[in-house]
Write a protein that binds this ligand. Structure first.
Ligand SMILES: N[C@@H](CCC(=O)N[C@@H](CS)C(=O)NCC(=O)O)C(=O)O
Length: 209
C-alpha cells in the first residue's frame, strides 16, 4: 500500500490531460502523485511495460498496487470516488450519448497522435495519403460537432464534454494551422466555456521536458 495513487504522466499527453481534468472535477486530484514517464510509439518503454504491456500513458497504479489503463477506465474509476454530480451518467440514453462523445473525442486524439507522429518522421518516409486521411477525419469530426454544439452546451457536464474539449484543445496545441474555429462558431463558443473551467485551466498541455 502507498499513500497516493501513482499516475504515469507526460506534460504534453492529451490523454493524461483528460484524466487529470476528470480527477480535478471528481475532487481526487490531491490523491494522485505523478511520475514523468517517457513513451513513444516507436520506442516502447520497457519499465512501463511491466505495468502496462502496451506502454501507453496514462497508466495508473492504485494504492493497493492494482494497475489500470486506459483513459476511459481510469476516468470511470475516478468517477466512482466522486462525491458530486457523476461524469458517467447511470441512466440511458444519457450514458449512451456521453460514451459516444467520449469515443469521438478519444478517436480524434488517436487520429491526431498518428498524424503528429507521421509529421515527425523524415519527409521521404511520410505517407501523404495517410496524412490526408487523418486531416479529413479531423475536419469532418469538427464539422459534425458544430451540428451538435447546441445539445452539447445544453447537456449536463459529462465525460463526453471532457473528451471532446481535450480533443479540440489538442487541435489548438498541435494543429493550429487548421484554424478549426472558422465556420464553427457554436462549437468555438462551447469550447471557450470548457477551457475556462478551473479543471481545464489547471491542466494545460505544454511542451516541457
Ligand atoms: N486509448 C488510450 C490511448 C493512450 C495513448 O495513445 N497515449 C499516448 C500518449 S498521449 C501513448 O502512450 N503513446 C505511446 C504509444 O502509443 O506507444 C487511452 O485512452 O488512454
Amino acid at each position: 500500500m502507498t499513500a497516493k495513487m501513482l499516475l504515469h504522466w507526460s506534460p504534453r499527453s492529451p490523454f493524461v490531460r483528460k484524466v487529470l481534468i476528470v480527477a480535478h472535477e471528481c475532487g481526487v486530484a490531491d490523491r494522485i502523485e505523478t511520475v514523468r514517464t517517457v513513451v513513444a510509439a516507436s520506442e516502447p518503454n520497457t519499465e512501463l511495460m511491466k505495468e502496462n504491456p502496451q506502454s501507453r500513458l496514462p497508466t495508473l497504479r492504485l494504492k493497493d498496487g492494482t494497475v489500470i489503463y486506459d483513459s476511459p477506465v481510469i476516468c470511470e474509476y475516478f468517477d466512482t470516488l466522486n462525491g458530486g454530480p457523476k461524469l458517467f451518467p447511470a441512466a440511458w440514453p444519457e450514458r449512451l450519448v456521453a460514451l459516444r462523445r467520449q469515443s469521438l473525442g478519444d478517436g480524434m486524439l488517436d487520429t491526431m497522435l498518428m498524424w503528429r507522429g507521421e509529421q515527425l518522421r523524415a519527409a521521404e518516409t511520410q505517407s501523404i495519403k495517410h496524412m490526408q486521411a487523418w486531416k479529413l477525419k479531423t475536419n469532418v469530426s469538427v464539422d459534425m460537432l458544430e451540428e451538435e454544439a447546441d445539445s452539447l452546451a445544453a447537456a449536463p457536464f459529462s465525460i463526453g464534454h471532457i473528451a471532446l474539449g481535450v480533443a479540440l484543445g489538442y487541435v489548438d496545441f498541435r494543429f493550429p494551422d487548421l484554424k478549426w474555429r472558422k465556420g464553427h462558431p457554436k462549437l468555438a463558443a462551447w469550447h471557450e466555456t470548457f477551457e475556462g473551467r478551473p479543471s481545464a485551466r489547471a491542466n494545460q498541455a505544454v511542451d516541457a521536458p
